[in-house]
Write a protein that binds this ligand. Structure first.
Ligand code: S3P
Length: 176
């Protein structure tokens, strides 16, 4: 694949609540790329929320649909800014499809930061627990090697505002 083609096809990965969608929307606007949130594509396909589907069909059924959608979206030939679900890296095929087909940025954020940001969130099924910060620490420990395997770039976002995180990604992606 030609380098410039790869460079305009970008995916953001990272823990739930690390800012993939918010940051992705801003980058897409700046770079005039179509923004796609794979979770929204999945929900359109399911005809219900991810939370409902998790409850009804279980996580593995959700992961099957997620893998199908990631396979399709990473084959889109035009530019795109793809925001993914936090668990997308769990399946080897997703890590491979992302890494081989698009430029992958891992937004690395401290679980404690995310827990504060998501304290009123009811949409994320995996975080509806008594101690979301501990859950996020567990998820990070389990997933960190997978995020690193899928990523081309690691962007530290702990303590950064959205604007600062966007700036940091631009500095990586737009070499002077
Ligand atoms: C998940 C994260 C969610 C969504 C689903 C599973 C996960 O996306 O894909 O609830 O396993 O971490 P966000 O990262 O946008 O919250």
């Amino acid at each position: 694949m030609h380098v410039s083609e790869l460079a305009s096809r970008i995916a953001l990965i990272g823990l739930p609540g690390c800012g993939k969608s918010t940051i992705g929307r801003q980058l897409a606007r700046l770079w005039s790329l179509p923004f796609v949130d794979s979770d929204l594509v999945i929900e359109q396909r399911l005809g219900c929320s991810i939370r409902e589907y998790f409850e009804r069909e279980g996580e593995q059924a959700f992961r099957d649909v997620e893998a199908q959608v990631i396979d399709e979206l990473t084959q889109v030939r035009t530019g795109l800014l793809l925001s993914t679900g936090g668990g997308v890296v769990l399946r080897e095929e997703n890590r491979r499809h992302l890494h081989e087909r698009v430029q992958v940025y891992y937004l690395k954020c401290a679980p404690e930061d995310i827990a504060v940001r998501l304290r009123n969130d009811l949409t994320r099924p995996l975080l509806q627990v008594g101690d979301p910060a501990q859950r996020l620490r567990d998820l990070l420990q389990q997933r960190e090697p997978f995020y690193l395997q899928a990523a081309h770039h690691v962007i530290q976002t702990t303590g950064l505002t959205v604007a600062q995180a966007v700036q940091r990604i631009r500095m990586q992606a737009e070499p002077a």
